[in-house]
Unconditional design. Sequence first.
Length: 402
Amino acid sequence: MKVTALETVHVGAYPNITFVQVHTDEGLIGLGDTFHAAPTVQTYVHETAAPLLLGQDPLAIEALWHLVFTRTVQGGLSARSTEIRALSSIDVALWDVKGQALNLPLYRLLGGPTRDSLKVYNTCAGYRYGGRRPPGWTANYVDGRSEGPYEDLDAFLTRADELAEDLLSEGFTAMKIWPFDQFGPATNGQQISAVDIERGCEPFEKIRRAVGNRIEIALEMHSVWGLPAAQRIARAVEAYDPLWFEDPVRMDNLDALLQFRASTRIPTTASETMSTRWHFREAFEKGALSVVMFDVGWVGGISEARKIAAMAEAYHLPIAPHDCVGPITLVAAVHLDYAMPNVFIQEVVRAYLHGVYPNLVTDLPEVKGGTIRPLEGPGLGTRLLPDLRSRPDATVRITRAS
């Protein structure tokens, strides 16, 4: 089998998602996706990666990962780098091809299943959270419009108690919110006032008053804060016994992350913004993490994510894969979850599961009773919707072997 073409599909209504398809001479097509800076990802796929991959054996995934990585990644290991994000989507697509070729769902190809079920938590974003961002956008952006019943970002800011009860009614026993982000820009994250601390704690107060400890509450901090401000927030929120503090500071100084972790009794989770085993190795060796979070579409794909998960296991650390991006990243993450023994919990966004992802792909993992199952079809078990490439707002680009 040989790689005959690389294809990118971009839909204007979902501007941050790029789908990547790997075509083969046996008619198998592998699918991946990644999020952020779509035009540069597309350029990289066609002008940099394609010349290296066309004509190659798509089943030689490890060799191809190292070929592309060593030839094109020049030092920077940020998960936001074009090279790593594009490589991630290609890697996922190659694993999809392999699963189809062997007629196995990906989790079985990777050695699973390792479990019968897996708990999920709901990240309380809304339908438009990952879409076009207006000037002055922050992670707390809401505009009062509703596209359905799951405008959870607005809900956690204004009626967190009702939101918690609604999540429990659907079987969710964990949720993630970020009420402090709105206060960061005023000081570039360097300081937060007592008044803003009190306002940021209001959703926690409402939730605990309404449902007690029946639901876990994770605090997302989005790397908004400098170390002293992050520590002040943590001290205030500790009283509500949160599930974790996520990305309290930027990941460009792991000693600062370690200082944060040492200053609180609550687990420190990081980070979808970290990439490749080398960045995570340093975090493990420093003891800077309690829970290991990576994004399959940003970290280097399934190949790299499974290595990081295995490293985490050696440090007795659980993993909690990220999802707030694209449908294939979620599908791939759940397959990985069912192949690794040290998964703690999987992130989902119910607004995306019901309002975004079904507009893009044919099949999604089922979330039921607060748990998630992988798809059972060969490879990933899902495809792009048949008419997606023909939409008026779709841009399709294919680079073929000459």
